[in-house]
Ligand binder design. Structure first.
Ligand SMILES: Cc1cc2nc3c(=O)[nH]c(=O)nc-3n(C[C@H](O)[C@H](O)[C@H](O)COP(=O)(O)OP(=O)(O)OC[C@H]3O[C@@H](n4cnc5c(N)ncnc54)[C@H](O)[C@@H]3O)c2cc1C
Length: 305
């Protein structure tokens, strides 16, 4: 039986799939297998096959924080969005959700039930899994603030619940970033009861603010750099005079200078060239190290940031 036939026993598998169809940058080379496991059980067994066959793989969410290289990835991508997206609210505000849930959808569902805590996430176009990996956040809040525990598929193929305090959560940081062999399968969050109109208004005003300040009409991956302690990244880029600067099809947004947008035909190398240029100038002129928030996948280790 071929590898493909074995993988297809556990879900749907797209072959030779362009990653540009699965990233918000609309950038990325072809991948051998792009897979949607039917269930958690199927996920466990797809990963077992990939390990047996020594096929490299990544588990992805909505591709909204990725710079996937233009070259062919001889490996597999596992996506949980279509199948592992159930969620359950308890009356006391406990929310248990699978990693493939859209965080925007969870924020809306929480609002409908008058639960506060996820308003900050109502404009973040990621999956719960991706947001737990990145510790996504906005407006001085982040996901770890409402998190209790994460259900992880570990290297041995066991599903284990890990307490938030053991996951090294900090600003845009989690233990998962150092332990790529852990797959996030679900999480338990704790929300609080509040006035529904106030929750709705807060979400609405933040949405308006995003529309005003971010280039949401262009393919992008949100903020490119983490904010250094001393100054926001967008200010550094502005002070360098780089707002609007373009390399190939990649451009520093005129609307928000910590966003790099794809003007239509950008390659991952174009985006990378802009990122490297900004980092070099920030270091030379202000001695500031700008660290990327965007994740590099399928890059030569030497170039990876
Ligand atoms: C317009 C726009 C606005 C944005 N605004 C914000 C913002 O305000 N705040 C913010 O923090 N981010 C923001 N982002 C960035 C992005 O949405 C977040 O980082 C989000 O958390 C990424 O989720 P994702 O599902 O798309 O993850 P992906 O991009 O698919 O993956 C990101 C990383 O997580 C890993 N990963 C994903 N799922 C799993 C899993 N189940 N198990 C293990 N690893 C996994 C991937 O391997 C990858 O390394 C924005 C992006 C855009 C395009």
């Amino acid at each position: 039986m071929s590898i493909l036939e074995r993988l297809k026993s556990y879900g749907s598998v797209l072959v030779e799939e362009p990653m540009s169809k699965h990233t918000t940058y609309k950038i990325g080379g072809v991948v051998d297998y792009y897979m949607y496991p039917d269930t958690e059980l199927a996920l466990i067994h797809m990963i077992r096959i990939l390990k047996e066959e020594k096929i490299p793989y990544y588990v992805l969410g909505r591709g909204s924080n990725l710079l996937f290289h233009d070259s062919h990835f001889h490996g597999a991508i596992i996506n949980l969005d279509k199948t592992l997206n159930n969620f359950y609210f308890e009356p006391n505000g406990t929310l248990v959700a699978q990693a493939g849930c859209s965080i925007i959808n969870l924020a809306n569902e929480a609002m409908k039930r008058s639960f506060t805590g996820l308003e900050f996430a109502s404009g973040i176009p990621g999956s719960l899994g991706g947001c737990l990996f990145m510790n996504a956040g906005a407006y001085q809040s982040d996901l770890s603030m409402v998190l209790e525990a994460v259900c992880v598929l570990n290297d041995k193929g066991d599903l284990v619940w890990i307490d938030k305090n053991d996951l090294d959560y900090k600003y845009r940081h989690s233990l998962f970033q150092r332990h790529r062999n852990m797959t996030i399968v679900a999480a338990r969050l704790k929300l609080e009861k509040a006035d529904q109109d106030k929750i709705r208004q807060l979400m609405h005003s933040r949405h308006e603010r995003r529309v005003r300040s971010q280039p949401l009409d262009k393919p992008c991956a949100g903020s490119v750099f983490r904010n250094p302690a001393q100054i926001p990244a967008w200010k550094v880029i502005d002070q360098l005079g780089l707002r609007g600067h373009q390399i190939g099809g990649a451009k520093i947004s005129e609307k928000h200078s910590n966003f790099i947008v794809n003007e239509g035909n950008a390659t991952a190398e174009d985006v990378h060239a802009l990122i490297s240029m900004i980092q070099k100038l920030a270091k030379e002129k202000y001695d500031i190290e700008l660290i990327t928030e965007v994740e590099y996948l399928n890059w030569d280790e030497k170039k990876k940031i």
